[in-house]
Design a protein around this ligand. Structure first.
Ligand SMILES: Cc1ncc(C[n+]2csc(CCO)c2C)c(N)n1
Length: 218
């Protein structure tokens, strides 16, 4: 990366979608989680939607693996898919048990959840490798940023703080950074119309994220 980080394509994806990006960073979900005022039912519903999305993320990253241009990409993505299928899915099983959450008790047909879940999968099914990297860079970079800010405000212990801390841990950060550097490298080979198309896609993903986090409140 050059000394002027703002010239990176990944940074421009954010800055060209700044209004909607900021709306997500200051979403009611983020505010209530950071301030400890979120109703328990909303947090539990969110965890059920999140667990469902991890299963979808297995398919998304598997499609990225299938469409990746290099073996090195595939080796990295194989690790991502492996971690999702083992640690990540197990994490939700444990969380539901410890918190007494019955996933079957929550409606997984809520439009905000399905729009995000189906929308992200459709991008992976119909788009190319760059589309998937852009969409998942958006999802993960967005989490790294709001979780960093929220963690600084959260006191004491408890599951919500643990959840937020998980998303700033080195493993998650490394994954967000990999997606960031990968989209920057890919952008070097793109023409202006392709960059513009992905900038619009990035904005659409932020909108889907906003709908997902709004859906947690029922
Ligand atoms: C709604 C929603 N949006 C983005 C993320 C962030 N994210 C998406 S995939 C992934 C890594 C999985 O290994 C992370 C951190 C999320 N969790 N939930």
């Amino acid at each position: 990366m050059t000394a002027n980080a703002s010239s990176a394509f990944s940074d421009r994806l954010v800055s060209e979608n700044q209004t909607v990006w900021d709306a997500m960073q200051t979403h009611r979900f983020v505010e209530e989680l950071a301030s400890g005022t979120m109703p328990e039912q909303a947090f539990h519903r969110y965890l059920v939607y999140e667990g469902a999305f991890v299963a979808t993320a297995v398919r998304i990253f598997s499609l990225a693996l299938a469409k990746a241009p290099t073996i090195e990409d595939q080796r990295w993505l194989h690790g991502v898919v492996g971690a999702l299928l083992t640690e990540q899915l197990a994490y939700f099983e444990r969380a539901y048990r410890d918190l007494g959450v019955d996933p079957a008790a929550f409606d997984r047909t809520a439009p905000g959840f399905t729009a995000f879940d189906r929308g992200m999968l459709t991008i992976a099914e119909t788009g190319g490798f760059s589309d998937i990297v852009t969409a998942m860079f958006c999802a993960e970079w967005m989490y790294l940023n709001w979780c960093r800010a929220a963690l600084a405000r959260m006191e004491g212990q408890g599951f919500p703080r643990e959840w937020v801390a998980l998303h700033v841990a080195p493993g998650f950060e490394a994954q967000a950074v990999w997606l960031k550097s990968r989209i920057d490298a890919l952008a070097g080979e793109m023409d202006q119309s392709e960059r513009q198309r992905l900038t619009v896609l990035f904005g659409k993903v932020v909108e889907l994220e906003i709908a997902f986090h709004t859906a947690a409140f029922g």
